[in-house]
Write a new protein. Structure first.
Length: 95
């Protein structure tokens, strides 16, 4: 049982590192992005990476509240991405 927990801890640490690197790469795309569409996609990817980090934190701490928080952030991220895309495409959000 102890060896299984060690493997799980190593897997979570590797996953934290991978998602953190993906988050940094998305930040680079957000700053360098040649078009507004690239920046919108980078923001959406950063939201997804943040959700991944929150879920990994919930796994590492053994708490279920992080999963509920990640669902709320996922809903807010989706709505904000759609609203920002509409604003860029049409110039207004509400029709």
């Amino acid at each position: 049982m102890n060896q299984a927990m060690d493997v799980m801890n190593i897997a979570v640490i590797i996953a934290f590192a991978a998602v953190a690197i993906a988050q940094m790469m998305s930040m680079v795309r957000l700053v360098i992005g040649p078009s507004v569409g690239d920046r919108i996609l980078a923001l959406d990817t950063m939201v997804i990476n943040a959700i991944g980090l929150i879920v990994l934190m919930g796994i590492s701490q053994g708490s279920t509240i992080f999963f509920e928080v990640s669902l709320i952030i996922a809903m807010l991220g989706f709505v904000s991405t759609v609203a920002f895309s509409r604003f860029v495409m049409r110039g207004d959000i509400i029709e």
